[in-house]
Design a protein around this ligand. Structure first.
Ligand code: SF4
Length: 460
């Protein structure tokens, strides 16, 4: 998995109400969340599905429609990591996987027939999971042939594919390249085998080194490596070693997340039964994350967002970019396909049914497997873009104000003032810049910008 490469359309398993995020406790308690959308999923409902169906019937317009992406959720993994909260299956056989992939292709075909997408080009595609690289080459090629026939991505600028090192072979890497993947995201997470084992990861470090020559030989535009700061059992020496080995690997980008404990992970369940939290506290995780940022900067990387460091390579324009993230955070449309996936079309959020049968059965009858939706207000669309773009660490409010026809700085004056007072950001005219401490805890700051009813709402 490099499921941490981006979590913007990735289905989390719904859990119990999260702890209030406005006052994050020092220790890593159960309920911490990664903010990937707004308003919170808990307020999406079946009542809004009609609004989503309505926008699908509205023809797209090449002069006004935003860019379009496709997220494909491949929910299979060799093993369930103890910190995982995504919708994944570890018990499906080849036949069940084929059934799922057929349904996924059918879902895309159904969308391709709707006026909102008929003949509309894709700008970016993201294979996330789960573990997309878990799928056998012949299954993958069959899926892609159907997808390309329905919604071709030959002109798309970025195709990302998440890989778990232990699932790769030379032939599979070649097949991944052959389907047009430009950005391969490798779920390394850590280099210490004891830490990987303790956290329930399926791969070991030698598998990372085994697949690298194949990846290099295939010539992807961009190699991303995912790391997690704060895996159970980590400490300063093993984390520093992991950062050093990452620098030696020299990927084009490095994505770093701090370990969280949402509901429904194996670790969270143990804590809810009364065991102490096994995860390092937030100040420690921030210190580790901050160390990695400093070390990567020394090695020639730049901060691209709160989570991602990039190394720009002369002659390779793609090396420093992450189109999927930037497009989503600036209001593009996204078809989220696969069990429990969510997307956003013409201002309406929608999420698929979140269980195996609930997802598959409507598709057998050529119906979209929709579960819940939300038609957003203009203010909510603005808030969504603002909070997501704040994760970049620096932001010019003027284009956002112009695009939404509202003075963003004045509208959110109280939130900006409070965060500036706390040293989390600096506001200079329309320029916002997060401080290092603001950047390292940005997800905990974003609820300050929410509308009042959502500040303490359940997230999923
Ligand atoms: S089980 Fe592990 S590899 Fe699979 S999606 Fe979850 S975190 Fe990623």
């Amino acid at each position: 998995m490099s499921e941490h490469g981006s979590r913007d359309a990735r289905p989390a398993v719904a859990g119990r109400p999260p702890a209030p995020h406005l006052a994050r406790p020092k220790g890593t308690e159960v309920g911490s969340v990664f903010v990937s959308n707004y308003p919170p999923f808990s307020v999406w409902s079946r009542e809004h599905l009609a609004a989503y169906e309505a926008v699908l019937e509205r023809p797209w317009d090449p002069t006004t429609s935003p860019s379009l992406g496709l997220y494909l959720h491949i929910p299979f993994c060799r093993k369930r990591c103890k910190f995982c909260y995504f919708r994944v299956y570890t018990d499906k056989n080849a036949e069940q996987i084929q059934t799922y992939l057929d349904a996924l292709a059918r879902e895309v075909e159904l969308y391709a027939e709707r006026p909102a997408f008929a003949g509309r080009p894709l700008d970016f595609v993201y294979f996330g999971g789960g573990t997309p690289s878990y799928v056998a080459v012949k299954h993958l090629e069959g899926l892609v042939a159907r997808l390309q026939a329905a919604m071709p991505w030959r002109r798309a600028q970025e195709i990302t594919f998440e890989c778990e090192p232990g699932t790769l072979t030379a032939a599979k890497v070649e097949a991944i390249r052959a389907i047009g993947v430009t950005r391969l995201s490798l779920g390394v997470e850590h280099f210490d085998d004891e830490v990987l084992r303790e956290n329930g990861r399926a791969h070991v470090s030698k598998e990372i080194y085994r697949c690298l020559p194949w990846i290099r030989a295939a010539g992807f535009d961009q190699l991303n490596v995912d790391l997690i700061a704060g895996m159970v059992g980590d400490d300063w020496p093993t984390w520093k070693e992991t950062v050093e080995k990452t620098v030696e690997l020299d990927p084009d980008s490095v994505t770093i997340y701090q370990m969280e404990l949402p509901y429904n992970t194996v670790y969270s369940q143990a804590v809810l039964k009364g065991e102490p939290s096994p995860v390092a506290d937030w100040p420690t995780k921030r210190a580790w994350h901050g160390y990695a940022i400093d070390r990567l900067q020394e090695a020639g990387y730049e901060i691209s967002s709160a989570y991602t460091m990039v190394k720009k390579r002369p002659g390779n324009d793609a090396s420093g970019r992450f189109l999927y993230r930037d497009a989503l955070w600036h209001g593009s449309d996204l078809l989220g396909c696969g069990v429990a996936s969510f997307g956003h079309v013409a201002g309406v959020h929608a999420q698929n049914q979140a269980d195996w049968h609930g997802y598959l059965e409507p598709l057998l009858e050529s119906r979209l497997p929709l579960g819940r939706a939300l038609a957003t207000s203009p203010r909510q669309r603005l808030t969504r873009e603002l909070i997501l773009q704040l994760k970049l660490g620096r932001l010019d409010l003027a284009p956002l104000s112009a695009r939404h026809g509202i003075d963003v700085r004045a509208t959110f004056a109280a939130a900006f003032a409070e965060l500036e007072r706390r040293g989390m950001l600096r506001l200079d005219g329309d320029r916002v810049e997060l401080s290092r401490q603001g950047l390292l805890q940005v997800d905990a700051l974003l609820p300050h910008f929410y509308e009042e009813p959502y500040r303490h709402a359940r997230y999923t």
